[in-house]
Design a protein around this ligand. Structure first.
Ligand SMILES: Cc1cc2nc3c(=O)[nH]c(=O)nc-3n(C[C@H](O)[C@H](O)[C@H](O)COP(=O)(O)OP(=O)(O)OC[C@H]3O[C@@H](n4cnc5c(N)ncnc54)[C@H](O)[C@@H]3O)c2cc1C
Length: 292
């Protein structure tokens, strides 16, 4: 097996163009498991850990550009302010060792329906920046996941960064697992309030072939909040609207039975997570309005 070790982004893109079969390696917390279990035997590995350009984040135009090599630990320590939903999701990933190595780029590269970044990225309205020697393009997260563990990357492309709008309202992430830590989600849900455009973002994890939004639920709750003037008054959420929101989120899912849980349980849990995260986020929103 060839081991390619570029030290610059330009060299990494050139190497990927020359070796489209090479498997990129960032933290290795997915790739090394696959190699160890002999699930994958690629002709080449493309080690990206020396490419400094991937390891940084920066604020630009109301967004945070998070390099593909930024680890969960750094998301938690450095970006919980502007990206609270993503930081919450990061806190639930693996163990400290996995959070020190694992990256948002690797989570996107793996594109597992159970990956914890995805619900938060969908809810926030993130875009994924892809690059190759041919140039750079951005793909909205909602279009990035194309199938089970499949994504929109062309064979010669690499993930450069994820562009996440800085939060303008409260965000939440919640995950159900078979235990409290070191667990792959049975199902997960991300939610973001966007008061400036009177919208609510959602992301469903581990309950469909790909991570996906619950768009009917988003439209429903945004319309309810607007019709009742609640964005302005910060008044209490009507119980019936919260319940309906949970139902619509579950309706957007298409789960399967597997070793971690049944489809029926996942639908039930998802509705509960949707109701809870909405109630928590709304309580935060009301508190900020009282303070303001
Ligand atoms: C014990 C354990 C616990 C875990 N717990 C969780 C958990 O709770 N939640 C969760 O979501 N995940 C979990 N994972 C999975 C894994 O840690 C995450 O998916 C992590 O984000 C992968 O990041 P990485 O940098 O290690 O990726 P890598 O293993 O290096 O790569 C993962 C995939 O992305 C591709 N890739 C990496 N970087 C790029 C790039 N720049 N461009 C294109 N493709 C790229 C790789 O080729 C590979 O296909 C766990 C893994 C282990 C071993």
């Amino acid at each position: 097996m060839e081991f390619l070790r570029p030290t610059t982004w330009a060299d990494a893109l050139a190497a990927k163009a020359e070796h489209p079969d090479a498997v990129p390696l960032q933290g290795g917390t997915d790739v090394m498991v696959e190699l160890n279990f002999d699930r994958r035997r690629p002709p080449a590995l493309l080690d990206l850990t020396r490419v400094a350009e991937l390891a940084d984040w920066a604020r630009e135009d109301g967004r945070v550009r998070v390099g593909a090599g930024v680890t969960y630990t750094r998301l938690i320590d450095e970006l919980a302010g502007p990206l609270p939903g993503l930081a919450m999701a990061a806190r639930t990933v693996g163990s400290p060792q996995i959070r020190n190595r694992g990256t948002v780029g690797g989570n996107l590269g793996a594109a597992s329906p159970a990956g914890d970044c995805h619900p938060a990225l969908l809810a926030a309205g993130a875009e994924v920046e892809l690059a190759s020697v041919r140039g750079t393009r951005t793909v909205p997260a909602r279009e990035f996941y194309t199938g089970v563990k499949r994504n929109a990357l062309a064979p010669d492309e690499l993930i450069a960064a994820v562009l996440v709008p800085a939060a303008t309202g409260p965000q939440q992430f919640s995950k159900v697992g078979t235990r409290n830590a070191m667990v792959i989600a049975v199902t997960a849900f991300g939610l973001a309030l966007h008061p400036e455009r009177r919208a609510v973002g959602t992301g469903i994890g581990s309950a469909a072939p790909t991570p996906r939004r619950a768009t009917a639920a988003e439209d429903f709750i945004a319309a309810e909040l607007t019709a009742a003037g609640l964005w302005d008054t910060g008044g209490e959420l009507p119980e019936a609207a919260v319940r309906r929101f949970g139902e619509l989120v579950a309706e957007a899912a298409a789960p399967i039975d597997d070793v971690r849980g049944t489809a029926r349980y996942r639908l039930h849990a998802l509705a509960v997570l949707a109701r809870r995260t909405l109630a928590w986020a709304w309580a935060d929103y009301r508190a900020t309005r009282r303070e303001g």
